[in-house]
Design a protein. Structure first.
Length: 179
């Protein structure tokens, strides 16, 4: 599996430092608020787990799952909610946790949908930001690291449901997905 990665962009150690740094800022910014962390499945699961362990506040955790990729490396543009949130958002300050902010279409769709459910606020934290591909008008309030316009996998990010369990973020070899 590691042989399918062209190069490592973010090491396991760097991922840990990012989670600590962002959690510290989120802890300060959400102090005294009713925090609801919503992970965007499946890609955010590793990041959400590490991030939430370092947030020093009481919080609820929920999940939402949207799909627009399938087995492709490019978004279809058609967004489908596969799993919706369980919590009533009324009165919560929501923190959406995303693995990668790419075109922004899916995150914008989710953000707009959840905004209609009466939260106090909605903020976005993303592990990876790929601004070169942004087409939707959305940006993260908290960013782990910017990444180049390459297809990345690991630490929750996948290609055709594989490579999520890599302990780092790496660039997938084109020979894997250009078959």
């Amino acid at each position: 599996m590691h042989q399918d990665v062209e190069k490592i962009l973010v090491t396991e150690e760097e991922l840990n430092k990012i989670a600590h740094r962002l959690a510290k800022q989120i802890t300060e910014d959400f102090a005294g608020k009713k925090l609801l962390i919503i992970g965007v499945l499946k890609g955010s699961i590793y990041f959400l787990t590490d991030l939430s362990r370092y947030i020093d506040l009481p919080c609820n955790i929920d999940f939402i799952q949207a799909s627009s990729y399938g087995a492709s490396t490019v978004s279809s543009g058609e967004i489908k909610i596969v799993k919706d949130t369980y919590e009533d958002l009324t009165g919560f300050d929501v923190l959406l946790v995303e693995d990668i902010l790419d075109t922004g279409k899916t995150l914008k769709y989710i953000h707009d949908m959840l905004s209609k459910r009466n939260p106090e606020s909605i903020s976005v934290v993303t592990l990876l930001d790929k601004p070169a591909r942004r087409v939707a008008d959305i940006k993260a309030d908290y960013v782990g690291v910017d990444v180049p316009d390459a297809f990345v996998v690991g630490y929750g990010l996948d290609y055709d449901q594989l490579y999520r369990n890599l302990p780092y973020i790496g660039v997938l070899k084109k020979s894997i997905y250009e078959k």
